[in-house]
Write a protein that binds this ligand. Structure first.
Ligand code: F6R
Length: 262
């Protein structure tokens, strides 16, 4: 696991963008796995800037989002489809038909989830998955106790997630109680993963996820099983880590060798 620490959120986002750009340059039809929330906004802003200022094209890119609130239509301002369109897709030349977000109104949820997994397989799997971490250690909406082998499915949201996400809704009662999410097992099948974390509020849970034991109570800890993960942090998010000196040393070694060390 690569752990890359930068002073600020902006620097961390730029560093993550550099990795995404590098992968996109090698494979123009990259299959991206995408997250919503506050954390990836800096990355998405940088991708939009790359397109607008550098003329970088996303025409061939395909994408699958991690999750969607169950019960929200795509037109709802707090739906993840709306989030992705307004924060990213509308500002790129990506073909929206190639962008998938779980359908929060799917009448047959199980059939929908099966089809979502099949659609990922049909394009050859996710090349690069972007993740954030929840205050309770979740990735996607895989709340504590989610099987580390779980697949795309309907889940109930944890109390902490409802509280955390109530900041986006007028009233706490308006936060949906259910979601469709890729499973931990689905996420682990991505060929490569980047985890972005910023802010001191996430420091403890991040330390548990990457330096603690693997446990379904912190679903992000399952990333320790994945051979190709880069974690991008700002300094406040890295403040509870114990092996920071090693991460910095490893990053220096990467520069000397001119290659990534996972
Ligand atoms: C969002 C998602 C979630 C978020 C996590 C962090 O699609 O899957 O796991 O990444 O809840 O959210 P923020 O970035 O808002 O702190």
């Amino acid at each position: 696991m690569r752990v890359i620490i930068r002073k600020t959120y902006e620097e961390m986002s730029k560093e993550a963008t550099a990795l995404v750009k590098k992968r996109l340059t090698v494979k123009r039809d990259l299959v991206l796995g995408l997250a919503t929330g506050s954390t990836p906004l800096g990355l998405y802003r940088e991708l939009v800037r790359m397109h607008k200022e550098e003329g970088f094209s996303f025409k061939l890119v395909r994408s699958f989002n991690l999750d969607e609130y169950y019960g929200l239509p795509p037109t709802h301002e707090q739906s993840y489809r709306y989030f992705m369109d307004t924060n990213l897709f509308d500002h790129l030349d990506i073909d929206k038909r190639n962008t998938r977000v779980p359908d929060g109104l799917a009448p047959d949820v199980e059939a929908f989830c099966r089809e979502y997994e099949e659609a990922i397989k049909r394009v050859g799997g996710i090349d690069l998955q972007v993740l954030g971490i929840g205050g309770d250690g979740h990735i996607g909406f895989n709340e504590p106790g989610s099987s580390l082998a779980s697949r795309t499915r309907l889940v109930a949201l944890d109390e902490q997630t409802i509280n955390d996400n109530s900041r986006f809704f007028a009233r706490r009662e308006d936060v949906p109680k259910f979601a469709i999410t890729m499973g931990v097992g689905t996420v682990l099948e991505a060929k490569e993963i980047i985890l972005l974390v910023n802010g001191e509020k996430k420091a403890e849970v991040l330390a548990k996820a990457i330096e603690g034991p693997v446990t379904s109570l912190i679903s992000a800890s399952a990333l320790q099983f994945h051979p190709k993960v880069s974690v991008f942090l700002d300094e406040p998010a890295a403040s509870a880590l114990t092996r920071t000196a090693y991460y910095r040393f490893s990053e220096e070694a990467e520069k000397k060798l001119g290659r990534e060390i996972f």
